[in-house]
Design a protein around this ligand. Structure first.
Ligand code: SAM
Length: 440
């Protein structure tokens, strides 16, 4: 009995045969007329079919100048066999492409833009997520599934003012030939629309040759799988030995909460069970957080309200620029948080991208039942946040103040907390960096 044909095994072997002549002989191209050959552009593709042969064919059959962006980051987590395969792909690609590939780890954006500006073509896989690197992802529909793909190659095209094309290569076992389908051009000004169009073009080709998908994009590019890539690692906060407990809660809280969202900013993680129980007991209707950053505390509140079926409204306030203590960060933080919020909590959660003072003008007095203060941590900022928002609190409302145990020179929360503990009825959750609770 003959062995079953397994595309991925075939492709890995075929790969050793690649040359420009091989591409000329084995590949036919559909959609050449769509290309503006002098303008340059970015080809987006999936790891599907003999994907690497596509670029070689563009060079050998159409005379384009072409190279691709390569990722080396994931070598660190690949097994030996995978690593060997990809290193070989990179080696052969560098020999056959018009120029050595750009490495996503160290290529400068300006170099890529210069290359595109000279009327050259660049290939980039859509289904890549690099361990330890954050990407901006967009959500797309592909074969009835929602997948999250990075949009950076599309944004490169937008910056270079060149169009986006789709590129899908399909292997025909009967004729032992490949057909390369070029789609587009799509306007890179609307990156997400262009990517969705490209995916829609790819759908029938992939549907009928699903065994040629190199890996399971539906699983690997689901939100759950990508969570860690969407979140940037942040420098760990230094904490000098914690203070003696100020006041203790009477009992340990049950571990009954399983957070769906978490980033690598872990400072709020020790309080999540506590927050869940507090919300369960207190049943707040209006919740405001000052200082969302990646949303570890905020999405805990959102999830707790959802699971407890409280009809609460939640507002997350941040200018999403960062501050002296958390560090300053780029636009992608907001984009990632906003994407998650839209996807999972848009019904009752609103992100207010503004400074805390501006946001305070949006709320009537005595309307907030739970306020979490976790913005800048110097004494004046915490004092100012507390005092300016206090009138907004409802009778019996709770103000949470984070970092009451931190003894860092640039943190004034501990001192502020010690002072207000004398004037207000308070409790504290003395885990992690400490969470104070003021009963209004
Ligand atoms: C410590 S982080 C928040 C951490 C977050 N609660 C968590 O669970 O990881 C502080 C955030 O407050 C924001 N921030 C600081 N001062 C602000 C202000 N005056 N107005 C708006 N945002 C501010 C910063 O941009 C930063 O994202």
């Amino acid at each position: 009995m003959s062995k079953p044909f397994i595309f991925s095994t075939f492709m890995r072997k075929e790969f050793a045969l690649y040359s420009r002549e091989y591409a000329t002989d084995q590949v036919s191209i559909v959609g050449e007329d769509r290309l503006n050959k002098t303008q340059g552009g970015v080809f987006l593709f999936l790891h599907f079919g003999s994907f690497f042969l596509s670029g070689v064919s563009l060079i050998s059959k159409l005379g384009l100048k072409y190279t691709a962006i390569a990722s080396t980051e994931n070598f660190k987590i690949m097994n030996q066999e995978e690593c060997k395969f990809w290193k070989e792909v990179h080696k052969i690609s560098n020999q056959l492409y018009s120029k050595e590939m750009f490495l996503s780890s160290d290529a400068k954006t300006s170099e890529i833009l210069e290359y595109l500006g000279q009327g050259n073509f660049l290939g980039s896989a859509l289904d890549v997520a690099e361990i330890g690197k954050k990407h901006k992802f967009g959500s797309f529909t592909f074969l009835h599934s929602k997948i999250y793909l990075q949009t950076s190659p599309g944004r490169l095209a937008r910056m270079a003012k060149v169009p986006l094309y789709g590129m899908t290569i399909v292997y025909n076992q009967k004729t032992n030939t490949h057909r390369l389908h070029i789609t587009g051009p799509y306007d890179s000004k609307e990156v997400e629309t262009a990517i969705q169009n490209i995916l829609t073009d790819m759908e029938p080709l992939v549907r009928h040759n699903i065994d040629q998908l190199f890996h399971d994009v539906f699983h690997l590019f689901s939100l759950t799988q990508l969570k860690n890539h969407m979140i940037a690692p942040s420098p760990k906060k230094k904490i000098v030995s914690p203070l003696a407990p100020i006041k203790s809660l009477k009992s340990e809280l049950p571990l009954n909460f399983s957070p769906r969202y978490e980033s690598q900013v872990t400072s709020w993680h020790p309080h999540r069970d506590f927050a869940y129980n507090l919300i369960k007991e207190h049943k707040p209707k209006n919740i405001v957080e000052l200082g969302v950053h990646y949303g570890d505390s905020y999405f805990t509140f959102c999830q707790a309200c959802e699971e407890l079926e409280l009809n609460a409204m939640l507002y997350g306030v941040d200018h999403w620029k960062g501050d002296d203590q958390s560090g300053y960060y780029k636009e992608d933080v907001f984009e990632e948080v906003n994407l998650y919020n839209q996807e999972f909590h848009s019904e009752n959660s609103t992100l207010l991208r503004m400074n805390f003072y501006e946001a305070s003008q949006e709320f009537e007095n005595s309307t907030i039942d739970l306020l979490h203060i976790d913005g800048s941590h110097d004494y004046e900022s915490v004092q100012n946040d507390f005092e300016s928002w206090l009138p907004k609190m409802s009778k019996g409302g709770k103000v949470l103040i984070h970092d009451i145990l931190v003894k860092r020179e640039d943190f004034g929360v501990k001192r502020f907390w010690e002072e207000i503990s004398k004037a207000y009825e308070t409790q504290s959750h003395l885990k992690g960096f400490g969470l104070g609770i003021v009963n209004c």
